[in-house]
Design a binder for this molecule. Sequence first.
Ligand code: NDP
Length: 257
Amino acid sequence: MSGLLEGKNIVVMGVANERSIAWGITKSLHHQGANLIFTNRQERSRKKLEKLLEKHDIPAKLIVSLDVADDSSIETAFSEIKDNVGIIHGLVHSVAFAKREELDGEYADTSRDGYLLAHEISAYSLVAVTRAAKELMTEGGSIVTQTYIGSERVIPNYNIMGVAKASLEASVRYLAEDVGKYDIRVNAISAGPIRTISAKGVSGFNEKASVVTEKAPLRRNVDQDQVGDATMFFLSDLSRGVTGEVLHVDSGFHIIG
Ligand code: NDP
């Protein structure tokens, strides 16, 4: 049986190391036969990615540098992708950032620049890359981002990132309406807590993970591979009737009061 993503060119943003959610996604997409293009911000992440790809024998069509804080970097990255790959069919946005000091204590103490930075990197970036990617999605496409339940409920210490994720989820809906007419879909996965570099930046990670094992219907945490498979579903034709959606991949934790 051929893969669900055979012949599809998919851009993956946000592999920093083996623990990254985007790495779980990479493996799922590769298993389904996708051609993969990667973007990194830091040179260090690019080196880690190259090693991982080699170790797992996963070919990359292209790896480009992309800092979502910089419009010219986005423009250059997508023109490089256009020149080397041409048409793309999918984009994985797995990128977020907030200052560590904002992810502890009271939300009311969020600074003006900390507020703006978290929104710029974690929410506006989806708008900017959707605008760039849609130009290359001339055969239709699918865009998937990663969010967290801190957008819907108050999760201790998640603070500004919860507010930025609410903005990200609203952007998913507005963008889905914008690009639906070009047969491009935009969806989000809301994953349960997974130990990654970014997760370690939020105080009290262990408590967040243990409350899931205690209260979630499935009584276990999710991992990168489960999020990878759900993201793959959104990138494949299996989800062709779905857009503007936020799918919880959290062992059912979100239904518990
Ligand atoms: P990682 O730290 O592994 O990945 C975060 C990625 O964001 C890194 O690859 C980093 O790139 C990238 N990034 C940060 N700033 C920029 C920038 N200015 N331009 C381009 N890329 C940037 O953590 P996760 O895998 O946990 O995070 C991925 C996504 O999943 C995030 O949106 C996160 O909020 C979300 N998520 C995470 C959960 C968790 O518990 N871990 C739960 C639910 C959602 P570089 O390494 O090059 O700096």
